[in-house]
Every structure is written in structure tokens, then in C-alpha cells.
Design a protein. Structure first.
Lengths: 183, 365
């Protein structure tokens, strides 16, 4: 009887621990989701299948299927005039000069099409520029909350690298290394 | 008829302005045909850009220098590094890093302004504006020393300059004199603070200033109004070049014969008119001609003045002058569409260098 009771007790304790751990895990997952949602950018490993964009050069809606590209380098430019974007521009142009023939490279500026067209001319971009077809859907998809640029490397539809904000020399070289490795 | 023509020519000759022959050498307007016809268009022979070596890139060249062995040094503000190339423009190595320690640059990126220069002592001087310090390296990239600069001292804005012994050169206004002195306190040159310095560029004593700027003229710095500057350079053969942008006046001082300094008005009237017209159109502008003075790397009796973009905006114009102030020729550097204004360095083995947005372009005569 004693042994039965003891075993029963142990099972209860064990169950209680399992329930507690499950509950904790659930809370952690929930907290993680909340924290993730609070982030102003996507994380490596997250996936984006497609993007509905408008080509600034020849305004027409294009569905960019990221799964169709082996490697994509995307620059998210929150405004046509921002100091951080301006700082990053020299690196972005360098990536375009180095990899434009081998990987898919483009910028997405979060403004209206006419402002984007002016920006493209003023900045003398050497990569294609797009605007989102639906700005709010795009900002939701990329969890954009602040006016900071992003440099994102996609392998297929999966994010492999994301730099939020401005780049410096070391980061810039690191991005080149990552692209070369992923190629 | 012959007598009449002779008389006319004598009268005409007599009416020409006479300039003082000694000390002050005034360069008059170059004849239009020299500017329009007798220029040489430099040929592009090479571009240094993108991947310059294995895992080595050139992102944003800011300043360039060349040593006596024709090795080329490029400060890349994109990564706060100095890239070194041999005489055939092959990448050798890079050095420099971001940090707060000795021999490190204060930051990288668009706002990292670090002019570099090879001093007459053969060392590489890099002036980190943001940290107010000069880093000295030998040409192998080994860090030698670091000098903190007191920002109140007028350190050469454009280039870090040192004399033959490696003493940095400073400028300072002491009472009514401008003094150029070395790090060890040796006075290299001094001159009186003359109000009339400004008259050439801004005739009738009218300085181009926007409304409200009149109060901003530093009272003790009539040589450098409103953000204009004094450029200082020392050549390997101890010629000190002092260029006052506001006055558009160049002094050349032979440090071995300091009594015989030469003074030049290097800008022809036409250039001044063009500059003034340009300034009138600008919302913000400085009342001076910033263009750099470039001592010739090979020939000590020649120097260059970067006149800026030509009227068609498709070329950069270089005046070649001798030490007597005579215009020896005009060279044009073609500017590729969309490029920034080239920054010309110096001439070595007949090579000219220009900096564009993200590359260094090499030209030859």
C-alpha cells in the first residue's frame, strides 16, 4: 500500500512538474512571440515568401517570388531622405557593383512612387528600386516600426542575415563574405 | 599709314598695366585661346575600385598620397583603413582600424574625414579630424606615434603637414601676425595681417556674404573669412606653399631662403568672376576659392591649381604653373557622368589621380 501510495505520489509530483514545465514553456513561447513581435525587424531564420512591389523605373506591380531566387540582397529604405540610409548608400552601391550579375539585388523605399522616382535619380542608384504596393501590409510583414534602414540577405525565402541601422566597414566586409559563402 | 600704326601700337603698349616685377607676381588673365584650345585632355589609364585584393575592398576613398617609391596610399573612409598599392597599382596590404587606442581611427563611414600625406621625412601623416589627432605611420604601415592637436590651434585643415624632420606644421594668429611654426616651436614663416589681401577676389572691398553673415567675420582672422582656410604644404625640397583661399593668394617660401618669399595672385579675373557668379546663385557658399594647390611630385619648379569643373561640367581643369607664376599649361580631367568632383593629388611619373564616388581614377598626360 505504502509502495503504491509512494508511486502514486511520485507520479503526481512528476505530473505536476510536467504540467509546470509545459506551462512555463508555453509562457516562454508566448513571451518569445510577444518579444519577437515587438522587435522592429525580422530575425534570421524567418521566412518571407513573396513581396508585392511597384517598380519605380517602370511603374507596374510586380510579385517578387523570393523562393524563386537563390540569393537576394534587399535594402529597405524607410524614407527618401535619411542620414543613416545616406551613410549606407556607399556600401549598398558597392554590393550592387560587385554582385549585380550574380544575385538579385534591389532596394525598397517606403514612400510614394513619385518621391521614390526622384530619390532614385538624386541618389544615382546602381540597383533597381521598388516601393511596396501596400505600405501598411509591407511594414507589418517586416515588422517595421522605426525609420531605420535594413540590409537583408535572403537565401531562397529565408533570412540569413539582417543588419538593422547603419553599416560600418567591418559589417560591410562581413556581408560580402556571407554573400560569397552563400553563393 | 605705317607711322600711324606704329604710333597706335606704341600708345597701346604704354596703356597696358604694369605690375611690380619683384616680390608680387600677378598672373593676368590667360589668353582665351590657351584655355579654349591649348589644353591637354588627360587620358584615363586605370581605375582602382571594388575588390582590390583577396577579401580587400575599396569602399569610399577619401584621400590619397604617394611615397618616393611610387607606392600609392588610399585612405578608405568606408572601413577606416589605409590601402597600399605598389607602383604598378597592385594591392600590397592594408592597415588601420577603428578604435580609441593609439594608432586607431575614431570611426568609419561617410563622416570619417582623414586626409593623409607623405611628409618630407617619408612618413605617412593621417589627420583624424573627429578625434583631433594626427597618426604617424611608416610606409610599411607600422604605427610610429600619435599627436593630439589642440583644436584652438590652426592646424592645416586640408592635409597634415610635417617638415623634413617630421615636425608637424601649425598656424596661429599672434597679435597682428600670422605665424607658421613647427611642432618644436621653430617659426618657419610669419607675415603681417594685411587687410588688402582680400581685395583681389572681392574687388571694391566687397566681400560676398549672405545677409546676416556680416557679424560672423572673425575680427582677428582677416585671412580666413567665413569658413575659408589656409592651405599649407611642404615639398620634399623644402618649399612651403601657403594658400589663402579668401584672398586667392599663394605664398611660396623657400625654407632655405626665407627672405625671398614669393606671392602670387593665382586666379585670373575671369575665374574670379565665374566663382562670384556661382556664389551668387548658391544658397550657402563661402567667399573663397577652395581649390587645392598641388605641388608637383616630380618637378620642384612646377605646381598645379585645381580650378574646378569646367563650364560644361564634364571636365575638371588643372592649371600648371611654374614657381614664377607663369601659366605653363592647362590640363583637363574628364569627369564621368554622375561622379563626384575629382580630387587631384600629385604628379608622379606623369600620373594624375582623381577621387570619384567609390573609386580612384588614374590619368596620364
Amino acid at each position: 500500500m505504502d509502495i503504491k501510495n509512494k508511486t502514486f505520489g511520485l507520479i503526481l509530483v512528476f505530473l505536476a512538474i510536467i504540467i509546470f514545465l509545459s506551462f512555463s514553456l508555453f509562457r516562454c513561447i508566448k513571451a518569445n512571440i510577444v518579444l519577437k513581435e515587438a522587435l522592429p525587424y525580422l530575425l534570421p531564420g524567418e521566412k518571407v515568401n513573396s513581396l508585392d512591389l511597384i517598380d519605380v523605373a517602370e511603374p507596374a506591380v510586380i510579385k517578387k517570388d523570393l523562393t524563386a531566387s537563390r540569393l537576394s540582397l534587399i535594402f529597405i529604405i524607410p524614407r527618401s531622405s535619411c542620414i543613416t540610409c545616406d551613410k549606407n548608400m556607399v556600401y549598398w552601391k558597392k554590393y550592387a557593383a560587385l554582385f549585380t550579375d550574380t544575385i538579385s539585388i534591389y532596394g525598397i523605399v517606403l514612400t510614394n512612387i513619385s518621391e521614390a522616382a526622384n530619390f532614385s535619380l538624386d541618389a544615382k542608384l546602381n540597383f533597381p528600386l521598388f516601393t511596396p504596393e501596400n505600405l501598411s501590409a509591407f511594414t507589418m510583414k517586416f515588422r517595421i516600426k522605426f525609420n531605420y534602414p535594413q540590409t537583408i540577405i535572403f537565401k531562397g525565402n529565408e533570412i540569413r542575415y539582417l543588419q538593422f541601422g547603419d553599416l560600418d566597414g567591418e559589417m560591410a566586409k562581413n556581408i560580402i563574405k556571407i554573400i560569397k559563402n552563400l553563393k | 599709314m605705317t607711322v600711324f600704326l606704329l604710333t597706335l601700337s606704341v600708345l597701346f603698349t604704354a596703356s597696358l598695366p604694369v605690375f611690380p616685377s619683384s616680390y608680387i607676381k600677378v598672373i593676368t588673365d590667360p589668353p582665351p585661346n590657351l584655355l579654349e584650345k591649348n589644353f591637354k585632355l588627360l587620358k584615363k589609364v586605370r581605375e582602382i575600385k571594388d575588390e582590390v585584393g583577396i577579401d580587400e575592398y575599396l569602399f569610399m576613398p577619401y584621400s590619397i598620397a604617394m611615397d618616393r617609391n611610387n607606392n600609392l596610399f588610399i585612405y578608405d573612409r568606408g572601413q577606416a583603413k589605409i590601402l597600399v598599392f605598389d607602383a604598378s597599382f597592385k594591392f600590397i596590404k592594408s592597415f588601420g582600424a577603428v578604435g580609441a587606442g593609439p594608432g586607431e581611427f575614431s570611426g568609419s563611414g561617410k563622416f570619417s574625414s582623414v586626409p593623409i600625406q607623405i611628409g618630407p621625412d617619408g612618413k605617412l601623416y593621417a589627420y583624424d579630424h573627429n578625434a583631433n589627432k594626427v597618426l604617424v605611420f611608416d610606409t610599411d604601415g607600422k604605427f610610429v606615434r600619435q599627436i593630439k592637436i589642440n583644436p584652438s590651434l590652426g592646424f592645416n585643415f586640408k592635409d597634415p603637414t610635417a617638415d623634413k624632420s617630421g615636425n608637424l606644421i601649425f598656424q596661429e594668429f599672434r597679435g597682428d601676425r600670422l605665424v607658421i611654426f613647427s611642432e618644436k616651436g621653430e617659426i618657419l614663416f610669419s607675415m603681417l595681417n594685411k587687410e588688402k589681401e582680400k581685395e583681389y577676389l572681392f574687388a571694391e572691398n566687397k566681400i560676398f556674404l549672405r545677409p546676416g553673415q556680416e557679424d560672423n567675420i572673425p575680427k582677428n582672422e582677416p585671412f580666413s573669412y567665413d569658413g575659408s582656410e589656409l592651405q599649407i604644404k611642404i615639398t620634399a625640397n623644402s618649399k612651403l606653399f601657403l594658400y589663402f583661399t579668401a584672398a586667392a593668394t599663394l605664398y611660396i617660401v623657400d625654407l632655405n631662403d626665407r627672405e625671398n618669399a614669393k606671392k602670387f595672385r593665382i586666379w585670373p579675373e575671369e575665374a574670379v568672376k565665374l566663382r562670384k557668379a556661382e556664389l551668387e546663385k548658391m544658397k550657402f557658399g563661402y567667399a573663397c576659392l577652395f581649390s587645392p594647390i598641388i605641388p608637383d611630385g616630380d618637378q620642384s619648379d612646377l605646381f598645379y591649381v585645381d580650378f574646378g569643373k569646367n563650364k560644361d561640367r564634364k571636365s575638371e581643369c588643372l592649371y600648371r604653373l611654374n614657381l614664377e607664376g607663369n601659366l605653363m599649361g592647362v590640363l583637363y580631367i574628364p569627369i564621368t557622368e554622375g561622379s563626384a568632383t575629382p580630387m587631384i593629388l600629385l604628379k608622379q611619373n606623369n600620373f594624375f589621380f582623381a577621387r570619384e564616388d567609390d573609386k580612384v581614377v588614374v590619368y596620364q598626360e
